[in-house]
Design a protein around this ligand. Structure first.
Ligand code: SAM
Length: 330
């Protein structure tokens, strides 16, 4: 069984946001940290998430990433992870996290079936971290990262959103940090998603410029690395003279929509086909109105057929998506 959209792309990857709540308030992701969250009755229960994920895997989804908000804030998250981790058709279960709670969770996550984690870390400077995240404590994240490595979550990938005048001076330090800790660092262009994302558009730096900055600040050539690392859209490079790999995710400057293999399920059960479009399928309502698994499968297949060809980030007239990253999970 495979989910194939009308442009011939096979969709085998699902991101599942299990909460909109977050214990950080990064300025490119959230407007002020006081946004209205969905009412509890709109949130999928853990049982509903488990049921939908099982249905998705029966349709051909092989990789699941749990995200949020901050997924580790969801009560009983380990129960859900164990359930998803034991699904027969699943090849990979991963998690996106800000690592604030990883110190206490990393070993249990590994035991419950999480293979690898992506951790957001934009700076190694305590003050800059505090400012970007509106109050976060960097040390907790650093402790979380080292616990994840010790727990055997592998690879640990670090996502750095690069912003002009905020953290672009730290590119070399971040490469060195990743290299010495055995982490895979990915540099991400800011994306104009939601009001917060649009607000940081003036801090956008294109991936090609980021690559030039890496060469300059780290003082080494970058060799394109063609071996597969994960199933995402990052382009990877090896830093000459080292075994370290870095990646860039150029969602704006060189989009990768023609190879898009993913969909997103929000914490309220909306199936989102593309980050840059509002179109969505309300699976929660169908499920609560008594839809059978077969009926839900038909709805998912129909939604996949409507997946847009590409986002339109650069076209402000078309790019009307207002959903926020906390709802979509990145
Ligand atoms: N709390 C988790 C975390 O910190 O990774 C998961 C949720 S977070 C929304 C997922 C990813 O979205 C993070 O790597 C974050 O950097 C990225 N993100 C959020 N807003 C963004 C934006 N406007 N542009 C680019 N990346 C963004």
């Amino acid at each position: 069984m495979a989910l194939i959209d009308s442009f011939g792309r096979t969709i085998h990857y699902l991101r599942v946001s299990i909460t909109d709540r977050c214990n950080l308030s990064c300025d490119y992701c959230r407007i002020d940290g006081n946004e209205k969250l969905p009412n509890n009755d709109k949130l999928l229960t853990l049982e509903e998430i488990g049921r939908l994920v099982k249905i998705f895997t029966e349709l051909g989804i092989e990789r699941i990433r749990l995200t949020g908000g901050e997924p580790l804030l969801r009560k009983n998250v380990l129960t859900l992870i164990k359930e998803i981790g034991s699904l027969p058709h699943l090849q990979e279960l991963s998690l996106s996290t800000n690592a604030l709670l990883l110190q206490s969770y990393a070993h249990d996550l590994k035991k419950a079936g999480v293979g690898r984690v992506n951790i957001s870390l934009d700076t190694l400077n305590h003050n800059t971290f505090n400012t970007i995240t509106r109050g976060g404590k960097l040390q907790k994240v650093l402790d979380g990262i080292s616990t994840a490595v010790k727990a055997g979550l592998h690879p640990v990938k670090i996502n750095m959103v690069v912003m002009k005048g905020i953290n672009d001076n730290e590119i070399g330090d971040m490469v060195e940090f990743a290299r010495t800790h055995g982490l895979i660092l990915r540099f991400i262009e800011t994306m104009p998603i939601g009001d917060a994302g649009k607000n940081v558009s003036d801090k956008y730096i294109a991936a090609e410029d980021i690559l030039t900055m890496i060469k300059q600040s780290y003082g080494s050539e970058l060799i394109p690395f063609h071996q597969k690392i994960g199933s995402g859209p990052a382009r990877y490079y090896q830093i000459a003279g080292t075994k370290a790999n870095i990646g860039v995710i150029s969602a704006r400057s060189r989009h990768f929509c023609d190879t898009c293999n993913r969909m997103r399920l929000t914490s309220t059960g909306q199936l989102v086909l593309c980050l840059g479009h509002e179109d969505r399928k309300d699976l929660r309502t169908s499920m609560r109105e008594g839809a059978t698994d077969e009926h839900l499968k038909e709805q998912i297949k129909e939604a996949v057929r409507l997946k847009p060809e590409s986002h339109q980030f650069e076209n402000n007239d078309i790019h009307s998506a207002t959903h926020s990253m906390t709802a979509l999970g990145g």
